[in-house]
Write a protein that binds this ligand. Structure first.
Ligand SMILES: O=C(O)CCC(=O)C(=O)O
Ligand SMILES: [Fe+2]
Length: 272
């Protein structure tokens, strides 16, 4: 499903998108080998791994992790959602083993976020200072996830809702068919807006979940004050370097990711 017209329609409609076979099996194997080389403690101890800000997170595991930053299968969708100037806001990985429990349903923007002040059952008009969009998560699956296994789950369309999610739906997600667990096998990527109501479902599979979450936002925004550091000793492309810049007004104080800067020749580095 790599037709951009369809991707735009589905992302807008559902608030998320799954692209299967975004990575070849060789690419998945290479990422998994680099992960194994880290010899992290197994889940649940390191259910979240490679987080940044706080250094470079899992980007330090090797160049294939950096090459996912601007992978060709996700850039057109990110451009559609975030415009020509966006930045890497944070990242982390999730591993789960059989029996690990779900996380609660949540969204970071819109009526259902706890900071919105929305009252149950009352139409919420976002106030002028509220962010309602502009953050997209790109979640690469290095192992099969989906309805039989667990992993990402969400309420499609909830990013457009002007009503706060009722507590009874939030607390009883198995009773509500509105909550979906998309099929997302190894090599697939899930893109979703942080305004979508989403969560992590119980992990029921014998194999471990292993997903890498890269979080991007429009250039003038940030989740918190800290920045992800570029990894040391790995050559980044000019475009990858731009992703690490601090926030700035798009195209005025933060450059386009889709126009190679004139002063930068092949292999040269953008000055921060
Ligand atoms: O993929 C998942 O399990 C959901 C992760 C999540 O909640 C998030 O990235 O905000
Ligand atoms: Fe989340």
């Amino acid at each position: 499903m790599d037709d951009l017209e369809i991707q735009k329609y589905l992302f807008d409609l559902q608030g998320y998108l799954v692209i299967e076979n975004a990575l070849s099996s060789d690419e998945v194997a290479e990422l998994n080998e680099l992960f194994d080389a880290q010899q992290l403690p197994p889940p649940p101890e390191s259910a979240r791994f490679g987080s940044a800000p706080d250094g470079s997170g899992f980007l330090d595991y090797g160049k294939p992790y950096c090459d996912l930053l601007d992978h060709e299968s996700v850039m057109p969708v990110l451009r559609f959602r975030l415009g020509d100037a966006f930045r890497l806001d944070r990242l982390y990985g999730i591993q789960q083993e059989k029996g690990m429990k779900r996380g609660h349903l949540h969204s970071d923007y819109g009526a259902s976020v706890h900071t919105s002040g929305a009252q149950p059952g009352v139409f919420h008009h976002p106030r002028m200072h509220e962010i309602v969009e502009g953050f997209v998560v790109v979640s690469w699956n290095l192992a099969d996830t989906g309805p039989e296994h667990g992993g990402f789950c969400c309420i499609p369309g909830s990013h457009k809702s002007n009503y706060k999610i009722p507590e009874t739906i939030k607390d009883n997600i198995d009773d509500w068919p509105q909550i979906v667990h998309p099929e997302a096998p190894a090599g697939s990527v899930i893109l979703f807006t942080e305004a979508l109501t989403h969560g992590t479902y119980d992990w029921n599979a014998d194999h471990h979940r292993r997903s890498l979450l890269y979080k991007y936002c429009v250039a003038h925004t940030a989740w918190k004050a800290d920045r992800v550091d570029p990894p040391e000793g790995i050559d980044l492309t000019w475009r990858q370097e731009i992703l690490f810049r601090p926030p700035g007004d798009p195209l005025r104080y933060f450059p386009s990711l889709f126009e190679e800067p004139e002063e930068v020749g092949a292999g040269e580095r953008v000055k921060g």
